[in-house]
Design a protein around this ligand. Sequence first.
Ligand code: PRP
Ligand code: URA
Length: 207
Amino acid sequence: MPVHVITHPIVQDALATLRRTATDAAEFRRHAGRLTTALAVEATRTLPTRDATVDTPLGQAPAQLVDGEIVVVPVLRAGLSMLDAILDLLPSARVGYIGLQRDEQTAVASTYYSKLPEQIAGARVLLVDPMLATGGSAVAALDLLSDAGVRDTQVLCIVATVEGIATVEAAHPQAAIYTASVDPTLNGQKFIVPGLGDFGDRLYGTD
Ligand code: PRP
Ligand code: URA
């Protein structure tokens, strides 16, 4: 399974801000958006294009326009932090939502909401969730997309783990992953170490 770790200095600088305990919610949101923009640019490098011609003030120029159906699917809640940055790049993309919640004791994810666009099967889907920890949430979301007929999925996350990637690969080997970091371990509560803590809580000021 392709795993793309984006080592661009701007991505790594934004990741450092997200990891830092002292970063407040406003800065956290801003840097999550900046980092997502760079991840999305990489993940969309292979989008199909169609040839066109555009009128410039001085003549005509050959052009390439983004083509094909794109659906962005944030995993609630934390995936919402990545949505606007992607829609800025792909304003005509459609959006689906998947709501998943990890049990605090077992860390097993359960689905509480799913709303996917009609006729999603032929689309390229960008599944966005900032934390890929055990991989259980990503597999649950990919299962839902697969059941809807989706065959072309890219997973965008801010921090992944070795274990989470292996879990996703075993269940959905065709899904490509784009991330800013592959962290080494999980702690006893299945939080990523060193990670950045609870993404949703830092984003929304809950705990
Ligand atoms: C977090 C995160 C992922 C999931 C990753 O969500 O946003 O969805 O955990 O963990 P996993 O890989 O072990 O499944 P959480 O369940 O805390 O919900 P939230 O986004 O509402 O805070
Ligand atoms: N979810 C988070 O928000 N952080 C982790 O480290 C693991 C799951």
